[in-house]
Every structure is written in structure tokens, then in C-alpha cells.
Design a protein around this ligand. Structure first.
Ligand code: FES
Length: 291
């Protein structure tokens, strides 16, 4: 349904933005892990974005996107007060969240724009009464997302940057390792959302500590409808579709090696397919102008 943009914030100018949308029906049932499918205008592609936050009282949802192609550029061209043609959701399976009595704690790890999706999950754990340790990382402090938002409710927010411009110098996995070494017996669960190599590194790390680990593969989704096959992944020896069966899975069961090989080999084909779709869309626009 048509959905108005109430607030827009450029988190990283020209690269990443946050929108607060007037979507009371979606906000009423949205839970951590859910996503929406958007179509910016009647000629646009449908594409999924994970819900970074939902406010039932004010009837709003928050989404965060990386400006990466035509569809997200079309979204980026909109401003407060503009209307997105279609926003459909909430979709996907909600995060499984259970309460862990003290002194148990949950570590939520985020990298890149995955921090936004992790924010909603961390909030869900906080609302369930869990002690939440957020670990977020970026190349430098200018690229760090949601530090302020996570600080509002997380019990601890640990930061790493590649260049040491904020928090510890290093990668986010180092933060998780340190925390597991310090009080591993109290860590009940680890959740990771971000680039695939980061989630794989976290899952491999926590396997050694025997800590249940959830990863969100939301970044694999293309159409979000279970039709394109782009989001398929092997989990525990079975083929799963991230958009239908996920987006969250047991990180210790995901076949990351296969996933990374497939992502690498299909990158060129996917780029060509995107280019074709872009051309088709431009053709349609040209036809419409001629009409
Ligand atoms: S995103 Fe296309 S099948 Fe899941």
C-alpha cells in the first residue's frame, strides 16, 4: 500500500540512509527478523528490506538501506513527505527470542548495514528482559551505524574500527572473542547480522565455545518472494530459501563455504541480470513518455 516517508536521515551521505515510514498496520505486527517488500513507483522493481525498528504506538517502521543500484537510488531520491508506491509486510519468520535469567547474557553482533537489522533483534532481547551486549564494527567511525540507537537500551555497546578511530582497533570478531574469554559461561546466545564473511567468522568462533549462534542471511534476498532462487542456502544439509525459511538460521549449520563460492561465481551473472532489468525498466519509461 502507498506509504508516506515521515522522516529521512542520511546516515552516511550518498551511501546509507534511514527512513521512518507511516505504516501502522505493519508496525502493529512487526517483530524482530521481519522484512518488508518495497516498490518505489509503478515502474520500479520489488525489493526486500529488513525492518530496523517498529513503533506500534506511533504506527511507524524504520528501514535502512545501502544505495547500491537503481531501486535503492530511486528510494534515495525521495524525501520526507513523499510516498513510496508499495510497502508490503511484515514478511519472513520472526527471530526466536527467549528470556535468559541473569547472569546469562546475549551478544548481538552487527557489521555494515546489518547493524540496523541487528538493532531490532537486540531490542527484542532487551524487551524479553535479557542482558544485551552489542558488538558493532566498521572500517572507521564515520561508517559506524546505530551506535547512538543501540546505546539507548543495550547494557553494553562495544565498538571496533579497522583504523582505531573509535573503540578498539581491529575487527568485530575480536570483541566477541574477548567477551567469550572473559565470561563465556554466562553467554547464552550469539546473534550476528552483517556481511557473509563476518557472520561466518563469528559462527566459526562460537562453535569452539559451543555457544548457540543465529545468523541473518537477509542480505542474500533479491525478490523476497521465494521465486528467484537467489537466496537459497544449505543449512544442516538441506536447501533453504532465506526469504521463506529464514532469514535467520543456526549459524553452525549454514554451509558458508558453499554460500561464498556461489556468491562469487554468480556475481557477474547477477550483475548482468540487474543490468537487463534496468534496461527493461528504462525501455518502459521511454515507451510511457512516447505515449
Ligand atoms: S529472495 Fe528470491 S527466492 Fe528468496
Amino acid at each position: 500500500m502507498p506509504t508516506k516517508i515521515l522522516h529521512k536521515e542520511k546516515l552516511i551521505p550518498g551511501r546509507t540512509s534511514k527512513l521512518v515510514l507511516d505504516a501502522p498496520q505493519i508496525a502493529a505486527t512487526a517483530r524482530p527478523g521481519h522484512f518488508v517488500i518495497l516498490r518505489v513507483d509503478e515502474h520500479g522493481e520489488r525489493f526486500p528490506l529488513t525492518i530496523a525498528d517498529a513503533d506500534k504506538e506511533n504506527g511507524t517502521i524504520t528501514i535502512v538501506y545501502l544505495v547500491l543500484g537503481r531501486s535503492t537510488q530511486m528510494l534515495e531520491d525521495l524525501n520526507e513527505g513523499d510516498v513510496i508506491q508499495d510497502v508490503c509486510g511484515p514478511l519472513g519468520r520472526a527471530t526466536h527470542i527467549e528470556g535468559f535469567p541473569a547472569p546469562k547474557k546475549v551478544i548481538c553482533v552487527g557489521g555494515g548495514t546489518g547493524v540496523a537489522a541487528m538493532h531490532h533483534i537486540a531490542k527484542g532481547h532487551h524487551d524479553a528482559g535479557n542482558y544485551v551486549i552489542a558488538c558493532i564494527g566498521a572500517r572507521n567511525k564515520e561508517l559506524l551505524l546505530f551506535h547512538k540507537e543501540l546505546s539507548l537500551f543495550c547494557d553494553e555497546v562495544l565498538v571496533s574500527t579497522d583504523d582505531g578511530s573509535m573503540g578498539s582497533q581491529g575487527i568485530v570478531t575480536d570483541l566477541v572473542r574477548n567477551r567469550l574469554d572473559e565470561e563465556g559461561e554466562n553467554i547464552a546466545e550469539v546473534v550476528a547480522v552483517g556481511p557473509v564473511p563476518m557472520m561466518q567468522a563469528v559462527a566459526e568462533l562460537t562453535r569452539g565455545y559451543e555457544k548457540p549462534t543465529t545468523v541473518s542471511l537477509n542480505s542474500l534476498m533479491v525478490d523476497g518472494l521465494g521465486m528467484c532462487g537467489a537466496c537459497r542456502v544449505t543449512v544442516g544439509g538441506e536447501m533453504k530459501f532465506t526469504c521463506v525459511d529464514g532469514p535467520e538460521f543456526d549459524g553452525h549449520k549454514v554451509d558458508f563455504a558453499e554460500l561464498r563460492t556461489r556468491l562469487g561465481s554468480f556475481r557477474t551473472q547477477e550483475g548482468q541480470a540487474r543490468e537487463e532489468r534496468r534496461c527493461n525498466c528504462m525501455d518502459k519509461l521511454a515507451e510511457k513518455k512516447e505515449d
